[in-house]
Write a protein of this length. Structure first.
Length: 498
């Protein structure tokens, strides 16, 4: 049995040669040649192995055949660790009896399972490999180019795997960071098996339940342990959801659904930045990377307004005599954003993968205890402090002494969004009724700000068409602003629940 520890990165096909050049040029890099690997993944029709959290494949290369089964493991950040068992065979189909008996569940019927095995999907690719010595560790780097196929459907495969052959796990990240410094890459959450099952229609569509509040817990052995565990939990949740939302964006079917996913993905990125800052783990370089990526997501607000007007919020202007003229212009404005290109544009930024790897590095150090959280406060005191800080930030941009216009609200949107995220991160630690009562008007204001953005998008569209919507929009905005100002004054006068 081998304990496979690896880091997987995805990349766009256009960067294949750049990656080869970079890996060839690394110090202490020994090329291992090019090999074609043909892989069949097996399971029963009712996916019994999948239910046992196992993956079974037969790999062929040259005249060699090998069956491999991977059992349940864990993922921390982007580091995958799974026990695997390999057996050389002569046939093209696996023989379960060749694996150790102790790996199977106690009630497993191996004879029945063996009889039902069928090939669910194939992954066929060319693998170019290198062995790289880094510090006192040895890492195998494998660049895989090919395709996954199932039921007559194909999906491109472009992956870079860093597998630890000996030494310290940190070597994976160090080497991956060297590669990411010159070639755009990104963390790869989905394994070949996971992607294959999806392509074969043997897994549920990608989905991610909205987390209203993050699950934090108090009362470990020490206050420092509480804080360390909470920091780790916040980073793990946000990083994992970032990767999954990225995949969901790639598969989104409608523009409005796509923008909603972008909104949630940016929230994960902001939560990572804020968590690292709150635990004093955010240096100037990392902050700069965060801000650069978040700046590239500025298209989200205008895209959200336009997709809403063309979809769920069409009622905002459908009774306007000029609605038939406005709708095509709104569509042109949305087309100008090039929503379907934004993900690839982001993936072409080296800073994107660099940021992900930097977050994984800090997460691993926190989980290993190498970045001790040395505060003497309890988790509850820490949460009180960050909630109070976010409350002060709201006061600075929404002072009760000043009236706010549409522009002021939209400028304050980011601060309000971050304050709500802080409440989501630590809200599970507080009384439900007082917490929810406090948050309700602020959530109402975020909806109001989105509606104001819709009115701004309508105004821009009207201006381009030479249609004067000023009087109608002013009436709509003033009515909404009156309600929002009342909500804001009531919200500010509340006492904090922390």
């Amino acid at each position: 049995m081998n304990a496979e520890i690896e880091l997987k990165l995805f990349f766009l096909p256009i960067y294949q040669q750049s990656l080869i050049n970079k890996l060839d040029s690394l110090d202490n890099s020994v090329p291992q040649g090019l090999r074609r690997l043909a892989n069949g993944y097996f399971d029963t029709p009712d996916l019994q192995l999948r239910q046992w959290d196992m993956g079974l494949r037969v790999r062929g290369y040259d005249a060699h055949r090998e069956q491999t089964i991977k059992t349940a493991g864990q993922v921390i950040g982007g580091i995958h660790s799974r026990p695997e068992y390999n057996v050389t065979i002569q046939a093209d189909s696996p023989d379960l009896s060749l694996f150790p008996r102790e790996i199977w569940p106690s009630n497993a019927d191996l004879i029945s399972t063996q009889a039902q095995l069928v090939c669910i999907f194939h992954t066929d690719f060319y693998r170019r490999a290198w062995h790289v010595q880094i510090d006192n560790s040895v890492v195998e780097v494998a660049l895989d180019i090919g395709e996954i196929s199932a039921n007559g459907r194909q999906e491109a495969l472009c992956e870079l795997e860093f597998e630890l052959l000996s030494g310290d796990t940190e070597a994976l990240l160090k080497l991956a960071t060297q590669v990411a410094s010159v070639v755009p890459v990104r963390l790869g959450k989905a394994s070949k098996a996971q992607r294959g099952y999806r392509l074969a229609g043997q897994s549920q569509p990608l989905d991610l339940t909205v987390l209203e509040f993050l699950p934090l817990a108090e009362h470990r052995e020490t206050a420092a342990a509480d804080l360390t565990a909470s920091c780790q939990s916040l980073l793990e949740i946000a990083l994992e959801r970032w990767q999954l939302l990225e995949s969901m964006i790639a598969e989104a079917h409608t523009p409005e659904a796509c923008v909603a996913l972008w909104w949630r993905m940016r929230a994960c990125i902001r939560l990572l930045r804020m968590t690292l800052s709150q635990f004093a783990l955010l240096d100037a370089t990392l902050l700069s990377q965060f801000m650069q990526i978040e700046k590239q997501l500025d298209f989200i607000e205008p895209a959200q307004a336009l997709t809403a007007l063309l979809g769920s919020q069409y009622r905002l202007f459908h009774r306007q005599p000029q609605s038939r003229q406005l709708k095509p212009q709104l569509q042109l404005d949305l087309d100008d954003i090039k929503l379907d290109e934004q993900l690839n544009l982001l993936w072409q930024q080296p800073e994107y993968g660099q940021l992900q790897l930097a977050v994984v590095e800090r997460l691993l150090k926190v989980s290993a205890g190498d970045l001790g959280i040395n505060k003497l406060t309890s988790l509850r005191q820490h949460a009180d402090s960050v909630l109070q800080a976010s409350w002060r930030a709201i006061f600075e941009v929404m002072s009760v002494n000043n009236a706010m216009a549409s522009k002021n609200y939209q400028q304050a949107a980011t601060v309000l969004d971050e304050s709500i995220l802080v409440g989501q991160a630590y809200g599970s630690l507080y009384d439900v009724k007082s917490r929810d009562t406090f948050r309700a008007p602020w959530l109402d204001l975020t909806l109001g700000i989105k509606t104001l953005a819709c009115y701004s998008a309508l105004n821009n569209a009207g201006h381009k068409l030479g249609i004067d919507l000023h009087e109608w929009l002013d009436d709509k905005q003033q009515s909404l602003l009156f309600a929002m100002e009342s909500t804001r004054h009531n919200a500010i006068q509340q006492s904090g629940y922390w």
